[in-house]
Design a protein around this ligand. Structure first.
Ligand code: T46
Length: 137
């Protein structure tokens, strides 16, 4: 399964807070084309339930706690994002579900391409078929 937790470069001050950052290609393996964020969701909310065919993404939870369930069609893993200086890199071909563990948790996403609904697989059986077809030699 191609995912990775990345510790972001961070500059901390004693009294004025902390600044974390990442730069295209230097710190993450793709050029950022789009940035979006999800906010205002209550505890227990579930989003996602889809995979991307070609999109790479970096997920960050700068406030709160969000469980990310990952599935590459062979293996399932779970990651909790609850630190503003930790990012989750997701390669294409991973089914994901996001579960809000705390009211108003924020999920920020940097993506490698523009929004394109055709890149989504939103049906789990279709995802499994897609993985099987794409893993054949
Ligand atoms: C992902 C997870 C982590 C747009 O019009 N433009 C956009 O850039 C995005 C991301 C979404 N939309 C529209 C498509 C839907 O009508 O916004 C609506 C909600 O999207 P969706 O149901 O896909 O939201 P999530 O939270 O399930 O998934 C989102 C991203 O779509 C997806 O790429 O990996 O966050």
């Amino acid at each position: 399964m191609k995912f990775e937790l990345i510790k972001l470069k961070t500059v901390a001050t004693e009294r004025e807070g902390t600044l974390s950052f990442f730069e295209s290609k230097k710190d993450i393996g793709f050029e950022i084309c789009r940035f979006y964020y999800i906010y205002g969701a209550s505890i227990g909310v579930e989003r996602g339930r889809h995979a991307h065919k070609n999109l790479s993404q970096l997920l960050i939870c700068p406030y709160g706690s969000i469980t990310i369930k990952l599935d590459d069609g062979n293996e399932k893993k779970e990651v909790i994002l609850n630190q503003p200086d930790i990012a989750l890199y997701l390669s294409p071909g991973i089914w994901r579900e996001m579960i809000w563990n705390k009211d108003n948790s924020i999920l920020c996403v940097a993506a490698s391409d523009y929004y394109n609904e055709e890149d989504y697989i939103r049906d789990y059986s279709e995802f499994i078929r897609y993985i099987q077809n794409n893993s054949k030699g």
